[in-house]
Write a protein that binds this ligand. Structure first.
Ligand code: ZN
Length: 174
């Protein structure tokens, strides 16, 4: 068995899986392991707070909650570098592109997951946090520019009043 290409480490949102050596595009990374249970049973477990359910289809789901399922540590990203694919009736995670050592391995959890996020304060993946930070920076900049424009207008207004006052004064002194 080849040695692992990753380690479990701290990510921004908890634990994550990180490459420790270069992973080639389309290379196998890990298998999503766990018992196959009915999707009905998975829904019941999820309602009780279970996580790491990987739905194979409307009938069958992998309960990936055991710790020996290292694939459960892979976090969601909206700009993932890996993806789950069906293989031999199970799920394996493969690289979407070359992954460099130190990079966090991520895949997209899919539209249902994002829908859940819409109701729960937004996605916290690296890509979304970067976008949110950019939006905040842009808003700050816009506020600053608006303030500068407003104070420039006030200054212009004051200058105009001063000019008209001084011309009145000149007229009166004639
Ligand atoms: Zn995201």
């Amino acid at each position: 068995m080849p040695s692992r290409a990753f380690r479990i480490g701290r990510s921004a949102t908890g634990l994550g899986l990180f490459a420790i050596k270069p992973i080639k595009r389309a290379a196998y990374i890990a298998t999503y392991r766990g018992r196959v249970i009915t999707t009905e049973e998975a829904d019941r477990r999820e309602a009780r707070g279970a996580r790491y359910m990987f739905e194979l289809n409307s009938r069958w789901t992998i309960d990936g909650s055991p710790r020996w399922n290292v694939a459960r540590y892979i976090n969601h990203s909206c700009r993932p570098n890996a993806k789950p694919v069906g293989r031999n009736g199970g799920i394996v995670i493969v690289a979407l592109r070359r992954i460099e050592p130190g990079e966090e391995i991520t895949y997209s959890y899919g539209p249902e997951y994002l829908e859940y996020f819409l109701d729960n304060g937004g996605c916290r993946c690296a890509s979304c946090r970067r976008k949110a930070a950019l939006r905040r920076r842009k808003r700050r900049l816009e506020r600053k520019l608006a303030q500068q424009r407003a104070s420039a207008k006030r200054r212009r207004g004051r200058a105009q009043t001063a000019r008209s006052q001084s011309s009145r004064l000149r007229r009166n002194s004639r």
